[in-house]
Design a protein around this ligand. Structure first.
Ligand code: CS2
Length: 491
């Protein structure tokens, strides 16, 4: 039986594995993070670890698990330590030390609120996925969302992210403290503005003065985050335990590439992020559009069409020549024209580098993981591009193929014996999928009429309805043979 990784056993980690380059006991908590899953620990916690290694300071992280206690149960016995594996042509392992405290919101609500209201807390970051913000299709707070209604009825005992942040801010205001800066790190355009507006809207239902204070005093920088982070698997656990000679209950893996672009708008100070490679800028919009459309859009395309073709991972999907060619064409002809280049950016080179990253043989990134939460991801990743192309009077046939692929994927998931569909709208989607009879116009109309699924303008646009039905028909019965034919047509 291996001993557990922890402060007490850290000294036994072999020299080949990187260690925190600072005295952890001297770092106070300055950042509270909601959602310490794989992405946060591969990305923001890594950057903060670098900051602590350079300048020390009180920027350690209190990680809050908003739903299940898995992260707390894995990390608390390890004093917050875990291993980050960077997997590319070379493999790099290092133990990250920036998480100093781990709380489970549902069972430790008061401790979380006290941490949010503590004078030392200056920044709150979040990776709660698109659905964790409880927004409606227009990007505004959905006041009818069950979690929001519950928190509005009982604001001192919140359960949602928005409820926690507003109660934390209320306490700070009552104590005469500045608000913390809220840094959303999810794949949403204008993520900072959206979370800021959601907090203001939620507080307005309770106390207009608090709402005005949050709006006037708060800071909600937009961000773009990027690093491909496949879920932890057994191969990683075995590799890490073997290299450390200790047991790490939840190591994390990612590709070597990582990027974080942050709008430089902080209310009460920030660490020297630029010194550790974070790009601070006055405008994130061009970066987030480039990333969401050129990386996440193709990712979702590979996921749905690749799964229909029977592929399991992104690298396997990229090894399918017809699919890889289709994705490259989609990027070049349909997506690129809608993306204004961020300053100093060569978009073609950026797109090429993304395709190379997708081919990384060092990681096994499951297509089924990317296929999660399609109802939340597609509007941001593909449907905005479709709308822009329509507005420019361009053809949208190719862009509709991954959207139609998603509908076929839903139909396969609705069959008995299939893995459960992971999506906040799973019930509605599966009901629609089960009702489909294979007639393209009628099937597509079923999905288009689901409230809040497609943006209203697009759902009502006959050009979109027709192109989507055609792409859906092109995919036939969704079998590999039919998908292959459709890919050839889309070329
Ligand atoms: C992926 C992203 O799971 C998904 O939907 O498209 O998580 C992707 O790997 C990251 O955004 C890369 O930065």
């Amino acid at each position: 039986m291996l001993q557990r990784l922890s402060d007490a056993t850290l000294g036994r980690v072999p020299a080949s594995v990187g260690l925190p380059a600072y005295d952890r006991s001297k770092t106070g908590v300055g950042i509270v993070h909601f959602g310490p899953g794989a992405f946060h620990r591969a990305h923001q916690a890594f950057y903060v670890d670098e900051v602590l290694g350079r300048e020390g300071g009180d920027w350690a992280i209190c990680a809050v698990a908003p739903n299940n206690p898995t992260a707390r149960d894995a990390l608390a016995p390890q004093d917050g330590l875990y291993t980050l594996a960077s997997l590319g042509a070379e493999v790099g392992l290092r133990v990250i030390g920036s998480i100093r405290e781990v709380l489970h919101a549902p069972t430790e609500t008061e401790a979380v609120l006290a941490r949010l209201a503590a004078p030392g807390t200056r920044i709150v970051t979040s990776t709660v996925t698109e659905k964790g913000y409880c927004l409606d299709a227009s990007g505004a707070l959905d006041l009818s969302h069950p979690a929001i209604r519950q928190d509005l009825a009982n604001p001192r005992q919140p359960a949602s992210l928005v409820g926690h942040l507003v109660e934390g801010l209320r306490r700070r205001r009552a104590a005469g403290l500045a608000p913390f800066t809220v840094v959303s790190c999810d794949n949403l355009p204008r993520n900072g503005r959206k979370v800021g507006a959601a907090l203001v809207a939620f507080a307005a239902e309770l106390d207009p003065d608090l709402s005005a204070w949050i709006e006037g005093e708060g800071a909600f920088p937009n961000t773009m985050v990027d690093s491909i982070t496949p879920a932890t698997d057994d191969a990683l656990r075995t590799r890490v335990d073997g290299a450390l000679g200790l047991h790490d209950a939840w190591p994390i893996q990612r590709e070597p590439f990582t990027q974080w672009v942050v709008e430089d708008w902080f209310r009460d100070g920030r660490p020297d992020l630029a010194a550790v490679g974070v790009e601070l800028t006055s405008d994130v919009a061009a970066f987030d559009r480039a990333k969401l459309r050129l990386l996440n859009g193709p990712h979702s395309t590979l996921a749905y069409l690749g799964l229909l073709l029977g592929r399991e991972t992104v690298a396997e999907a990229m090894a399918d020549e017809a699919l890889a060619r289709f994705v490259a064409t989609l990027m070049e002809r349909d997506i690129l024209p809608t993306v204004p280049p961020p300053p100093g950016f060569d978009l073609r080179a950026y797109g090429q580098a993304i395709l190379e990253r997708f081919r990384n043989p060092g990681i096994r990134h499951l297509l089924s993981q990317i296929a999660w939460d399609g109802s939340q991801k597609l509007p941001v990743r593909l449907l905005g591009t479709v709308a822009d192309r329509l507005a420019a009077g361009a053809e949208i046939g190719r862009l509709c193929l991954p959207v139609a692929g998603w509908l076929h994927f839903l139909r396969t998931r609705a069959r008995p014996g299939q893995p459960a569909l992971v999506d906040p709208l799973a019930d509605k989607l599966l009901e629609a999928a089960r009702a489909c009879g294979g007639e393209p116009v009628a099937d597509v109309a079923r999905f288009l009429s689901l409230p809040g699924l497609f943006p209203a303008d697009l759902a009502a646009d006959p050009r979109f309805r027709e192109a989507l039905a055609q792409a859906y028909a092109g995919l036939g019965d969704g079998s590999p043979g039919a998908v292959r034919q459709a890919l050839a047509v889309g070329d």
